[in-house]
Write a protein that binds this ligand. Structure first.
Ligand SMILES: [Zn+2]
Length: 420
């Protein structure tokens, strides 16, 4: 039966919608696909069969409401993405697939004040090493998500406030890493990435308006409004570390005076303890606080209160439903989260519709690299690459994925009747 042009393009559109929906959620049953796309069960069934035949999706048994069901995920064959997270003292790289499974991960320490050229070299080498570890050729890698602890202009991949990451300013970071790996790279701020991860997979699931507070070597926030990341024009939205809390305070790395970061950065917190506790690391501070050390608990509690005061202003302006608290310092749990919560709630006008909640993150120190993977998955247009990857893997007539005639070998589905 001949398929008319409009039917054929409707079929393409439905297929793209299904592939995009699976990508967005990581994996869905066919019943869930019906609900998420508005297409009929018959259409979903036909297209999923077709995608299975083309090696684009896999199915595996799962249970839903006590019944057995088939979970549909994008196939590993579609490719892998990499997440690269630069912290102040470490580099973390993860490989993930379109089912949102992390297939390999590695962390390495970095020297203080590491530089972009050597840092990005290490990241590229680590990505290649992880690909080798899982036996994947480099052409299985589709996109890389890169996060740094500084505000980023995502249109250029450049850090948009100089001085915050010395040795990284003025570089188009995405382009530099992209040249090393010959793959597209998306760059973002680490708090934004973590906000996205907590929103999709962690404590922020089901909420539309979420502020993620990242307390680490420095302090920042990622803002989700209406379910979307709000970065601001130059990527500096949520830079709470550079809100002034003390007009007579110290000069900050950013050039301003008395920023929150001059009071609660790791340097400032550890300075408070040097006389009484000697030289500690940020991890020492957290672990000693958890072990009951009163001085360390006091330092973290005061930091939580100080950060909470600034978060309250942000929450008063944006009216989020939820504040999620993460970053290395959040590992101290309620020692720091409770004073932060109290400070926020004390300053925010209480509404009766949806009282603001302040909760710890669920993803812990995985939030940033998970967000980097999600950013890479989002940036990969699987649906329009469909034809290039739809050739059966063992078809000798199409040795390369770039064979754009391959989709012609797919069986034609029944004419589409859905109008939704
Ligand atoms: Zn500052």
């Amino acid at each position: 039966m001949a398929i008319s042009g409009s039917q054929s393009s409707l079929r393409e559109a439905n297929r793209a919608l299904i592939v995009d929906t699976i990508k967005k959620f990581g994996g869905l049953t066919q019943v869930e696909l019906v609900a998420a796309t508005g297409l009929s069960p018959a259409t979903i069934s036909t297209i999923v069969k077709e995608l299975l035949g083309g090696g684009i999706v896999d199915t595996q048994s799962t249970t839903r409401s006590g019944r057995r069901a088939q979970m549909v995920t994008l196939a590993r064959r579609v490719g892998l993405v990499a997440g690269v997270q630069f912290g102040h003292r470490h580099l973390k790289v993860a490989l993930g697939d379109f089912g949102r499974t992390v297939v390999a991960e590695q962390t390495m320490p970095l020297p203080v004040d590491h530089r972009s050229d050597t840092g990005l070299d290490r990241a590229a080498l680590l990505v290649v090493e992880l690909l080798e570890r899982v036996g994947a050729p480099i052409d299985e890698l589709l996109t890389i998500g890169l996060t740094v602890p500084a505000p980023v202009d995502v249109s250029t991949g450049e850090i948009s406030v100089h001085g915050i990451m010395r040795g990284w300013d003025g570089q188009q970071l995405g382009q530099v890493l992209s040249e090393r790996l010959a793959r597209p790279v998306v760059v973002d701020n680490d708090a934004n990435a973590a906000a996205l991860a907590e929103h999709e997979l962690g404590a922020g699931r089901g909420y539309q308006d979420v502020v993620f507070v990242r307390m680490s070597y420095s302090t920042g926030a990622g803002i989700m409004l209406g379910g979307h990341l709000h970065r601001g024009f130059a990527g500096t939205a949520g830079e709470i570390g550079h809100v002034q809390v003390d007009p007579r305070g110290d000069i900050c790395r950013c050039g301003n005076r008395g920023c929150l970061d001059t009071v609660v950065s790791s340097t400032a917190l550890l300075d408070l303890l040097r006389g009484s506790h000697g030289d500690l690391t940020l991890r020492d501070l957290v672990s000693r606080a958890l072990a009951g050390d009163l001085g360390c608990r006091r330092v973290l509690a005061d930091a939580g209160e100080r950060i909470g005061g600034v978060v309250a202003t942000l929450a008063g302006t944006l009216n989020p439903q939820l504040v999620v608290v993460g970053g290395e310092l959040a590992a101290a749990g309620e020692v720091i989260v409770e004073p932060l919560r109290q400070a926020v709630l004390r300053h925010v006008a209480p509404n009766t519709v949806a009282p603001l909640e302040v909760v710890p993150g669920e993803l812990g120190e995985q939030a940033e690299v998970t967000g980097a993977l999600l950013l890479a998955l989002r940036a990969t247009d699987v649906a329009s690459d469909y034809e290039t990857i739809s050739a059966p893997p063992d078809d000798p007539s199409s040795p390369e994925r770039t064979d754009r005639t391959a989709s012609a070998t797919l069986p034609a589905p029944a004419p589409e009747r859905d109008t939704t």
